[in-house]
Design a protein around this ligand. Structure first.
Ligand code: NAG
Ligand code: NAG
Ligand code: NAG
Ligand code: NAG
Length: 404
């Protein structure tokens, strides 16, 4: 069996990364907008798309979110099929990112390691989000930062400044806000502070007050779940789950142990059920688990490949929020088509072999698809674990444990 070295494969995978350092010039040229403050100074009549939500406390709203929102594409480390601006256009309002210390001291958005998937700098990502927020002044957006290298809050503040985002952040009155003490969406929009920033570790209210300590303000249920039951039990919290916000990790993984490597990877074959409105393993059922245990639905629902079932997640959120269903149509991207990805992977690898589509990043991506296809046949462990094989090939018998 052909077993390429880790370095070779890691290089191929990193070449296939998504938004690597290509900030949009038109967006990055923008400075913090004074206009947005003037616009926001009027009390809004529509908030996050609905008049009813203006008077609703942030703690009484359910938002759809994206797990590893910066990682879109067809590499095994990607969790999304569309880029962050498309996510926002489709109705996603909670963006989760994993932050790593870059080699030059900058903050980069990477999945597990920047060698495996480098989604570009935090500043370049925030610049895109800022551009969208300026164009959509009546929207409250949340950012959940996984601070994997425990980078200090002031370094994050610099990245927000560089993106012109500091004027949009929500500044809480104290380090901990009880779920029923959050302001209304209307007042957040009116004040201009409509970007709510949570960080899992190393937040410090006294140094950067708007980087909110996640677990004393919001609990999470388990992640890397492989059971379609999605229990909605508390997994990480440093406060009281009955008086703080909640986030549910509604993405299903498959677990593979191949050649001694443990890997949790998105279960793309069951996206049709995981991202459905109703039925076993669905978003609707997951939310009802939360209602059953806690008397209310979750505030944030994080998904992988959120667009796999079109409008379904947004229909569920609308129902939970008691508002009308969205009128826009969420198109399913190629990379979110669940098990169909297998067929397209084979097609792409054929194209790569014949040199049909090989230019720059596209070539690297098709190579990854070829590797994914190879991984599937090497692993032969059933439909659910197609990506595990490539991880096995990638790290050899090194005993590495990947938690994705
Ligand atoms: C918001 O409040 C209403 C009325 O009490 C409740 O039915 C709903 O479940 C709450 N939603 C959340 C996310 O707290
Ligand atoms: C990410 O999604 C955007 C559109 O949402 C697309 O233009 C871009 O090519 C995607 N990136 C990859 C690597 O597929
Ligand atoms: C939290 O979730 C992780 C990952 O699924 C799991 O390993 C851990 O046992 C869970 N901890 C608790 C306290 O539930
Ligand atoms: C979802 O897709 C899988 C195949 O990947 C299939 O076995 C299953 O029956 C589908 N579920 C529904 C509810 O259609």
């Amino acid at each position: 069996m052909f077993l390429p070295t880790l370095t070779t494969l890691a290089a191929l995978l990193s070449l296939s990364s998504t938004t690597s350092a290509s900030p949009s010039h038109s967006l990055s040229a923008r400075s913090p907008s004074k206009h947005s403050h003037n616009l926001a100074a009027r009390a809004p009549t529509v908030c996050n798309g609905h008049a009813e939500l203006c008077d609703r406390s942030y703690g009484n709203v359910t938002f759809i979110g994206t797990h590893n929102s910066y990682g879109n594409g067809s590499s095994i480390m990607d969790n999304q099929g569309k880029g962050v601006v498309d996510q926002l256009n489709d109705g996603v309002r909670t963006l989760q990112v994993q932050a790593h210390k870059g080699s030059t001291g900058d903050i980069r958005l990477c999945h597990s390691s920047c060698t495996l998937l480098d989604g570009g700098s935090l500043t370049s990502y925030l610049t895109k989000v800022k551009g969208w927020m300026d164009a959509n002044p009546n929207e409250v957006v949340s950012l959940v930062i996984v601070n994997i290298d425990t980078i200090e809050p002031s370094t994050y503040a610099s990245a927000f400044d560089a993106a012109g985002m500091t004027s949009n952040v929500y500044q809480p009155a104290g380090a901990v806000t009880a779920i029923d003490a959050w302001p209304t969406l209307g007042s957040m929009i009116e004040s201009g502070g409509r970007m709510v920033v949570f960080m899992d570790y190393a937040a410090d209210f006294n140094s950067v007050g708007w980087i909110i300590d996640e677990f004393s303000n919001m609990w999470e249920d388990a992640y890397d779940v492989t059971d379609q039951e999605f229990g909605c039990n508390v997994n990480r919290s440093s406060g009281s789950p009955t008086t703080t916000l909640s986030l549910t990790n509604h993405f299903l993984d498959v677990y593979g142990n191949i050649l001694g490597i443990n890997a949790w990877l998105p279960n793309k074959d069951l996206l049709n059920e995981t991202n459905a409105e109703t039925g076993y393993g669905s978003i609707g059922q997951g939310a009802q688990n939360c209602v059953g245990l806690w008397g209310r639905p979750p505030n944030h629902i994080l998904l992988d490949f959120y667009d796999s079932n079109g409008n379904s997640p947004f229909n569920v959120a609308a129902q939970l929020n008691g508002v009308s269903a969205p009128t826009n149509t969420v198109e399913v991207s190629e990379d979110s088509k669940g098990s169909n990805a297998e067929a397209s992977g084979v097609a792409k690898s054929t194209a790569a072999a014949t040199g049909a589509t090989s230019t720059g990043g596209t070539a690297a991506r098709t190579t990854t698809s070829a590797l994914n296809a190879a991984g599937r046949s090497v692993a032969s462990l059933g439909s659910g674990v197609w990506v595990a094989g490539i991880v096995a090939m990638m790290v050899g018998a090194g005993g590495l444990s990947l938690s994705l």
